[in-house]
Design a protein around this ligand. Structure first.
Ligand SMILES: [Zn+2]
Length: 167
């Protein structure tokens, strides 16, 4: 999501309780937990949290706990493990699987990352990524040593990885 959107919704949430949004490391921690999620998630969180009696003490955790409910209400995001199609993030990248995709360092080193649509419980502790997050962090979506048209033809990941990823 975009930071500007995050910040403006956070102002609304805190405003509901007559508070100003926190600064520095506090807001950075909350941002860290939600930045890979879609903008619309914050609007959903606002709708939920404005009905609470009190402002949650740990906002990052409160938001994280709303994510599964948001996914349940927006099945398109997690179509991955239901119909095995993945989402717009993980679908169509070389070697990607529903719920995961690969990013490349500038040296061509390949990393498997969990997609925001992943519902794999065994990967719950992995941070979720989007394409834009990967690009922001300086990763590439294609192997820099391979032209994109060749990269598309690269072999599928080994079965062991497939079963690890729960697909
Ligand atoms: Zn996905």
């Amino acid at each position: 999501m975009k930071y500007e959107h995050f910040e403006s919704v956070m102002e609304k949430i805190y405003g509901t309780f007559g508070r100003k949004i926190p600064e520095g490391i506090v807001i950075a921690d909350v941002w860290d937990r939600v930045k890979s999620l879609p903008d619309a998630f914050m609007d959903f969180a606002h709708e939920k949290l404005r009905d609470e009696e009190k402002l949650p003490g740990n906002m990052g955790l409160a938001l994280q706990r709303l994510w599964p409910e948001y996914l349940d209400k927006n099945p398109g995001i997690r179509s991955a493990h239901k119909d095995n199609e993945g989402c717009d993030n993980c679908r169509g990248l070389p070697g990607s699987l529903p719920g995961m995709f690969f990013v490349y360092g500038p040296d061509g080193h390949r990393y498997a990352v969990k997609c925001v649509c992943s519902r794999n419980a065994s990967l719950a502790h992995w941070p979720a990524w989007t394409r834009s997050l990967a690009l922001e962090r300086g990763y590439l979506l294609h192997d820099p040593n391979t032209p994109p048209e060749e990269a598309v033809a690269c072999p599928a990941p080994a079965p062991a990885l497939l079963s690890f990823m729960g697909t």
